[in-house]
Structures are given as C-alpha cells and as structure tokens.
Design a binder for this molecule. Structure first.
Ligand code: NAP
Length: 329
C-alpha cells in the first residue's frame, strides 16, 4: 500500500514538472538539454577513465606466449618494460644497438629474476642495411614462442629545429628507426603470431602526434609517430580475429634520457613519471584498446589540452619551441 500511495503522489508531481518545463522558452529548453548531454558525456568519460586506470584487471601476458621481444631495451622506457615483463614471468629477447649495454641489462635482469631466460640481439636501427639485420633477427627468433612485441625504439631530434634546418642524415635516421624499424620488426614477429593464433604488439607512439594538434620544431618526429599510431590502429582491426591484439601507446613526457634532451626534464614529476612508473601502468593496458594512454597524469593533461582551442595550443607549442632554440644557442 505505501508503494501505491507513493506512485499516486508522484504522478501529479511529474505532471506539474512537465507543465513547468513546457512553459519555459524554447531557447531555455535547448540549452538545458545540451547542458545535460554534456554533463552526462563528462560523467561517462570520468567513470570510464577511473575503471580503465585503476579497476580493470590486467591481461595475463603469458597467455600470449612465453617470450617477449623489446626493442630499445637498454635504457628508458624499454629497459623498464623489460624488468616489468620479467616480473610477469616472461622470457626476454632484448634488441638494441649497444652489445655491452645489452649484456649489462641482461645480467641485471637475471640477478633480480633468476628464472628469466634472456637473449640479446644487437641491432642498430639507423643502419642503411636494416632489411639484412631484420632477416638475421627472423632467423634468431625461429623456434621461440614470441607472444609479445614491444616496439619501443624511437629517436627524436637533438635540438628544436626548423624543418629546413634538419640535416638529411638526422631525419633519415629518425624515419629509419621510428617508421622502417617499427614496420619491419612488426612484420618479422607477426608471421609466427598468426601461425600460433595469439600475440600482442605494443607500438610506442607519442602524445606529440595524437594529443597536441602540432609539434613545431619537431615536425618529422611527430609525423613518424602519427604513422605509428595509424599503423597500429589499422592492424588492431586487421588482426583482432587472428587472436592478436595490436596497440599504440601514446605517452606524454616520461623522465628518460630522451625527455632530458628534448624537454630538459631531469627528474620525475606527477606529470612526467619515471620510466618504471610508466612501464608499471603500461603493462596493465596491453591487449585492450587500439590506442592507449596508460599513465593517469598524462591522461589528465590530455583532457586539459583538449579543452583549449587549437590555435592557442599551437601558439603555446610554438613559443616553447622558440624558447628551446634560444636556450640551445
Ligand atoms: N621519454 C618521453 O618523454 C617519451 C614521450 C613520448 C614517446 N616516447 C617514445 O618512447 C620510446 C622510448 O623512449 P625513451 O624516452 O625511453 O628513449 P631513451 O631513453 O632515449 O632510450 C632509447 C632506447 O633505444 C635505444 N636506441 C636508440 N637508438 C637506437 C638505434 N639506432 N638502434 C637500436 N637501439 C637504439 C637506446 O639504446 P642505447 O642505450 O644504446 O642508447 C635505448 O635503449 C620512443 O619510441 C619514444 O619516441 C618517449
């Protein structure tokens, strides 16, 4: 009975509310509806962000296969990934240019994770004969159940430069490492994944190509990362039904040697985490979205940047570039 009386009370109230609403001017109704939709959109985004960042369980990375290959694994984000993946129980193939640094990282990993098998493969991605290096890598990988590929190796400019100032050798190296290297290693590893019907690939993109509308004075770097982003998102769709999860991760600044060089970031902060903190967040995202920004402080910056008009963000980036150029003189 109390239930019925509640209903009989609420119906006149609803009618009153409806009548009140209909008596409002049309402009008021339109703006209120738009406000309500916008609020709902923001609340939905916030709930999604909290779930993905803090509550969603990570995938079991060993289920993709027992080996992980990481390029650019002797420093920064790649090295941090290697330690995180060893902790997940994966065996590692470390690919980077410097054999001594590769051995040193391999020993460090085995000292802390004695059950992890580590293989090293020296390869300089700037070499003009990259195809032959990749063929050797393919041979090296034969018989290994490589379930996870972290295409991390990447180069940026040494200094902020106008496009016409960038030397041929510098931009060619950048294209070779960021575009050709990523594409060739993906192809080399993907074949085995298709045969085994399982695998995960993470390509390291950058907020420089996806968050900010432009990256003046670093144009070729941003353009190569836009390539990585689009390649990954297309492969994500192409290989989903083959059991292979392809993802582009888009970090903003991470306190590594690269960030210290291009942005004078020498210490981790809330908005520029250490490589270890980034990698801890990053491995929880593997296997999910086609494009992912794993670190919450980066996602917050992305959200703030998207609230500003494009021309203001462009002006801001331009002035940062000009200041960097002045500092370098
Ligand atoms: N740090 C950031 O703020 C940031 C932001 C967005 C995206 N990213 C992306 O994240 C990835 C990793 O960046 P990071 O900051 O960790 O870079 P990093 O600290 O400079 O480390 C780069 C790694 O790649 C290796 N490497 C460099 N050139 C190579 C070459 N020609 N051939 C083979 N290996 C080479 C380095 O080897 P050595 O140890 O021998 O030098 C090192 O292990 C890059 O793709 C970068 O574009 C970084």
């Amino acid at each position: 009975m109390p239930h019925n009386s509640q209903i009989s009370l609420s119906i006149p109230l609803q009618m009153q509310l409806l009548h009140h609403l209909l008596s409002q001017p049309v402009w008021f109704l339109i703006f209120s509806s738009l406000g309500l939709f916008s609020l709902l959109k923001h609340v939905t985004h916030l709930i999604g962000f909290i779930f993905i960042s803090f509550l969603r369980p990570p995938k079991c990375l060993k289920s993709y296969g027992s080996w992980a290959l990481i390029t650019g694994s002797t420093d920064g984000i790649g090295k941090a990934f290697a330690f995180q993946l060893a902790q997940q129980g994966l065996h590692l193939i470390l690919v980077s240019r410097n054999p001594d640094k590769l051995s040193a990282v391999s020993h460090q990993i085995q000292a802390t994770h004695p059950n992890t098998k580590v293989k090293i493969f020296p390869l300089d991605f700037t070499t003009s004969d990259l195809p032959s290096g990749i063929r050797k890598l393919e041979t090296f990988l034969q018989g290994l159940d490589v379930g996870l590929l972290i295409n991390n190796v990447g180069l940026s400019y040494q200094w902020a430069k106008y496009f016409h100032e960038v030397e041929e050798e510098a931009w060619m190296s950048l294209v070779r490492v960021n575009v050709e290297g990523t594409t060739r290693v993906t192809k080399a590893v993907l074949k085995g994944m298709v045969e085994r019907k399982r695998g995960a690939i993470v390509n390291m993109g950058s907020g420089a190509a996806t968050v900010i509308p432009s990256h003046p004075f670093y144009a070729v770097y941003a353009a190569t990362k836009a390539y990585v982003d689009q390649l990954s998102r297309s492969l994500h769709v192409e290989y989903k039904s083959h059991g292979i999860d392809v993802q582009c991760q888009v970090p903003l600044y991470v306190a590594t040697r690269m960030a210290s060089r291009v942005a004078a970031i020498h210490e981790p902060t809330m908005f520029a985490p250490s490589a270890e903190e980034y990698a801890r967040a990053a491995i929880k995202r593997i296997g999910y979205e086609a494009r992912s920004m794993p670190y919450w402080g980066h996602a917050l910056q992305w959200h703030l940047a998207s609230a500003f008009p494009e021309f203001l963000v462009n002006l801001w980036r331009y002035s940062i570039g000009i200041r960097k150029r002045q500092r370098c003189r």
